[in-house]
Design a protein around this ligand. Sequence first.
Ligand SMILES: [Fe+2]
Length: 190
Amino acid sequence: MSDLEGVKIFNNVCHQSTLGCLLRTAQDRSSWHYRFPMDAPFKDKHPKLDIIAEGTMMDHFLSGIAYSILIQVWELNGRKQFIPEIFYCGISIKDKHREDNVHVDDTHRNDTIKIMGILNEDWDPKTMGGGFMHGGVIHKLRPTDFCIFDPRTPHAADKILCDEKRFALDFSVQKLHEGEVIRRSMEDEE
Ligand SMILES: [Fe+2]
C-alpha cells in the first residue's frame, strides 16, 4: 500500500462512555448474525452486528454513535488518508473458543481503508490477549485506542486468553489518494 504503511494507532480517540453506550445498546439488539467468515463452517463463524452495510444505515442509533467516533479518528489523523464516508460498519464478538481466521477484506476494490477499536472498557491486551495482528505484527490495542490499517494486508484477532468476549468496532471507509487532504476549516478556503 502506498500511502499507509503498516498500522497507525491513535490513543484516547473518545471517552470510554461513548464506547460503553455503543456496547450496551448493541448487546440488546436482536440483529446479530453468524454470516462471517463467509466460507467458514458454522463452528468457525463469530457473531457480527451490521451497523452500516453498503453505505446504508442498518441501525440508525448505533450509526450516529459510530459516526461520532469515526469523526474523532478522522480529525486525529489530520483529515488525511480517508474521508468519513462509511461503506461498512459493524461490531464483531470473538472469544477464546475460536481461533480467528487470518483474512483480507475489500479484495474486490482498492479505494477503502479500515479502522478498528475494541469496545470493552476493561480490556487489557497484556493479560487478556486479543491483540490485532496485521501483516504478521501484533498490535496491543487498549480501550479507546483505534487503528487505521490496509484491509488488503492479511490480519486477524490474536489469541484471546481470558473468558471475556472481545467486542470490536470496525469501519470500512473511503480512502483518499496519497497527499490528498480534506481542508481543515472553512477559513482555509478563503
Ligand atoms: Fe478484517
